[in-house]
Design a protein around this ligand. Sequence first.
Ligand SMILES: Nc1ncnc2c1ncn2[C@@H]1O[C@H](COP(=O)(O)OP(=O)(O)O[C@H]2O[C@H](CO)[C@@H](O)[C@H](O)[C@H]2O)[C@@H](O)[C@H]1O
Ligand SMILES: OC[C@H]1O[C@H](O[C@H]2[C@H](O)[C@@H](O)[C@@H](O[C@H]3[C@H](O)[C@@H](O)[C@@H](O)O[C@@H]3CO)O[C@@H]2CO)[C@H](O)[C@@H](O)[C@@H]1O
Length: 617
Amino acid sequence: MATVAGSNFVSTSSRVNYGSVTSGSEGKAALMKFGLMNHTMTHNGLRSLNKVDELVHVSTMAKLTTRQTRSKTFKSGNAWTSRTIVCGSGMNLIFVGTEVGPWSKTGGLGDVLGGLPPAMAANGHRVMTVSPRYDQYKDAWDTDVVIELKVGDKTEKVRFFHCYKRGVDRVFVDHPAFLEKVWGKTKSKIYGPMAGEDFQDNQLRFSLLCQAALEAPRVLALNSNEYFSGPYGEEVIFIANDWHTALIPCYLKTIYKPKGIYSTARVAFCIHNIAYQGRFAFTDFSLLNLPDELKSSFDFIDGYEKPVKGRKINWMKAGILESDKVLTVSPYYAQELVSGEDKGVELDNIIRKTGIQGIVNGMDVQEWNPLTDKYTNVKYDASTVLDAKPLLKEALQAEVGLPVDRNIPVIGFIGRLEEQKGSDILVAAIPHFIKENVQIIVLGTGKKPMEKQLEQLEKIYPDKARGVAKFNVPLAHMIIAGADFILVPSRFEPCGLIQLHAMRYGTVPIVASTGGLVDTVKEGFTGFQMGSFNVECEAVDPADVTAVATNVKRALTTYGTPAFSEIIQNCMAQDLSWKGPAKKWEEVLLSLGVAGSEPGIEGEEIAPLAKENVATP
Ligand SMILES: Nc1ncnc2c1ncn2[C@@H]1O[C@H](COP(=O)(O)OP(=O)(O)O[C@H]2O[C@H](CO)[C@@H](O)[C@H](O)[C@H]2O)[C@@H](O)[C@H]1O
Ligand SMILES: OC[C@H]1O[C@H](O[C@H]2[C@H](O)[C@@H](O)[C@@H](O[C@H]3[C@H](O)[C@@H](O)[C@@H](O)O[C@@H]3CO)O[C@@H]2CO)[C@H](O)[C@@H](O)[C@@H]1O
């Protein structure tokens, strides 16, 4: 055993060490004492296993016995020397979300929680993600840390699982509300038994996630790499993502801070999609175990009747109001959110009050790399793209059963089948351009009527179109690589990752002019803009159908010309990685002024594994 200078942290040489207060049965007992009981007495949402009067004392001890240690490696001459510092460089970042790729993903939220945290780690920050354990992930180990949380009117036991990948502590919250619901009963459905239908207890499930996330930095004494050890402690920033995590700032403000816990901690709330806000019956406020003083932050008069009528609570509204900073995933979407009720989906007035900043998403350049893609049989880069693409196109055509012909331009679509993505507009537009020399391949899952529409395509256009209503990652990669164009006819699109993936593979995007599609696709230079569409989702607007048909035809006229090759080169020359966005995130998070926070240490190998994900190879 070795004691790291400057702190009480004790490290061992074991494979996975969850710290002196957590390993083994003795450690578990200690953890219950030091890590938890302090909360159980002060926190309305947590319940004590022991006598309340013991707890004040233990709270103080917890602070003293479980400090984070940071060590830096410096180069002096030709030699690397290591010295230990207690706190100092970088920030402690806790990303919380319901999806974290590749472990869990229904769409882009999973991609962002998968990709941004390693990019922040590569900049020298200590980074954790907290998400549910929906399955028995083969790479995540039981930390043996168990806590009790008050959820609704019950006390629930939660376990933490953990793995360390690409410089990030990936923490998974284990509870039957996640594992049994998703894996045991419904396989891959995170939010409900089917698209468009939510689990009845989602508020309790996500309250549990938020509370567990607030405990994780204090109770998990992680020892994942040689630079950071011990619990993250209280000088942290929580990055809450979408409505499911909106209770984090609420519990922090009303339960932890008044007791002197997390006194300088801050919350940044990131909106990935304003369409999902977590609106519930007003009386459900009592389920959340929050004091009445917060009721007004949730209070919401709904202009829509679904899913329940009248006055409601709105989780996202509270998340926006109670956080220290509100962000979203592109600058143009940030503008749209405050532009009016339709694009701000009735929260525009709230966001105008708090302000919002947009940072465009990056993409995972490791998973999506045409030179190393494990799902494609021809590897390429910008210098070989024109030779590789016809071969990849033939493989794609064969895969979906379309006539194999490299001279036919192929258009792809990938996305969740919701009105947002405009697959219904696309289907309505197909008759208006399908007589051209073109094939179209549509991949998506979601609303059943939209899945049916896709399945009809093959019957109506046997030689021209295919619709695949599956969540199929290998096929998504084959489409991104093998298609000539990617169509993104979204009614609204906060950022969009499909067009980023496409551009990296030299596949030219044809996009609606909304949200991040405006920020990332430059008309005539890296793709084609179709103008903005009607955001009313009830019906397909004929003007949008015309816009799709006209612009598809316009794009097809460039196919095979020198101008088209130039667009391909422009697309592939861009750095679409998380590197740039991560720097912007760093600036914003530093500005929150959490004690002990400093810029990351660029140029030093704090998290070498994380860097693989970040810089474009
Ligand atoms: N059937 C299928 N099979 C395989 N893979 C599939 C698939 N359907 C979708 N995917 C994958 O899911 C991801 C979708 O990314 P988007 O950016 O379109 O996200 P989404 O709208 O879900 O997320 C929201 O959050 C993200 C992140 O902030 C924003 O970019 C976006 O605008 C916002 O709507 C891509 O990686 C795509 O390949
Ligand atoms: O990564 C993909 C998206 O994942 C999240 O969206 C989910 C949303 O948060 C859930 O609430 C649910 O949405 C359903 C909604 O609750 C229900 O009332 C009905 O409108 O159907 C919706 C769809 O089933 O599932 C969404 C995923 O499908 C995340 O919030 C988004 O930002 C991501 O785009």
